[in-house]
Design a protein around this ligand. Structure first.
Ligand code: CO
Length: 288
């Protein structure tokens, strides 16, 4: 067990409610991390939260669409979704599973619900790639819930380590340049969770059940809290009076220009124009 304690906890800089929207073929979702926050939360580009008991709001899924220049991480809380992509990867994502896809120079993929009714709930996070990695070969892994590293702390927190490391436990995925930390933390009543964070890494929390408290400030359900980057702060301390669940996400900023056009995220408009031409010419789905 890692005994690292946090001495100077970060405070909340800002709470964000997100924006209701639809994507794919009409899937209702909340865009929590919107384009105007990409600079502030570098290396993250987007966080979508979806959750509905109404099949009309998810059944059409996300038919074939391209990506270039970043990574997508899908975390399924409830429901079943089938992924297929042009690099030949296929995977069924369900309750508690994670899919990590590095689009690199380009993939075309689909994500289609495999259920007629019932609840569909989860998250999709976009993680940027450094300029030198944007045209790398596509990569894909999926992890079933029981393949994800989990640790229970003595303070009443159960942690799933999707990326990075927590309490001495390495996550399912690690990345050198962006050093992503992606934790799902479930609190029992009165639970407390500490996580060291390098001061320069951008970090945020998204609460999806109950509420938590950070530095005396409450974060209600369906809110993102951006954590301030105070130079002397060495981590975050989070407490929950009742049962609560939240994501803690952090990473090392790239500090590079961000040029986005829909599903393409590059560094310049020139590279975006090339991506559009490549897509129209059918080159994004080509297996090199
Ligand atoms: Co996609």
């Amino acid at each position: 067990m890692n005994t690292t304690r946090v001495n100077q906890p970060r405070r909340i800089e800002r709470l964000i409610a997100g924006r209701a929207t639809a994507d794919g073929a009409g899937v209702k979702l909340t865009r929590v991390l919107t384009q105007d926050l990409q600079r502030r939360l570098d290396p993250y580009l987007m966080l979508d939260a979806f959750g509905s008991d109404n099949p009309d709001e998810y059944i059409a899924g996300f038919p074939d669409h391209p990506h270039r220049g970043f990574e997508t991480i899908t975390y399924m809380i409830a429901g079943r979704m089938l992924h297929r992509d042009s690099a030949g990867h296929e995977g069924l994502l369900e309750n508690g599973g994670v899919q990590w896809m590095t689009a690199g120079r380009g993939v075309i993929h689909s994500e289609i619900p495999q259920q007629q009714d019932g609840r569909m709930e989860g998250f999709q996070l976009w993680l940027n790639l450094a300029a030198r990695d944007k045209m790398s070969a596509p990569w894909y892994r999926d992890f079933k819930a029981d393949e994800l590293p989990k640790v229970a702390t003595p303070d009443g927190a159960a942690v799933t380590v999707i990326a990075g490391a927590s309490h001495g436990l390495g996550g399912a995925v690690t990345r050198d340049v962006t050093a992503p930390l992606f934790l799902d933390v479930h609190f029992s009543a009165g639970g407390r969770f500490e996580q060291p964070l390098p001061a320069g890494h951008n970090a945020f929390v998204y609460v999806y059940r109950g509420e938590v408290t950070i530095g005396g400030q409450t974060v209600p359900a369906q809110r993102m809290a951006i954590l301030a980057n105070d130079a002397q702060a060495d981590g975050v301390v989070i407490e929950a009076g009742e049962d609560a669940r939240m994501l803690l996400i952090a990473g090392q900023p790239l500090g590079e220009p961000i040029a986005q056009h829909g599903p393409f995220v590059m560094n310049t408009q020139q590279e975006i124009a090339v991506a559009v031409v490549d897509f129209r010419a059918g080159r994004l789905g080509q297996v090199a």
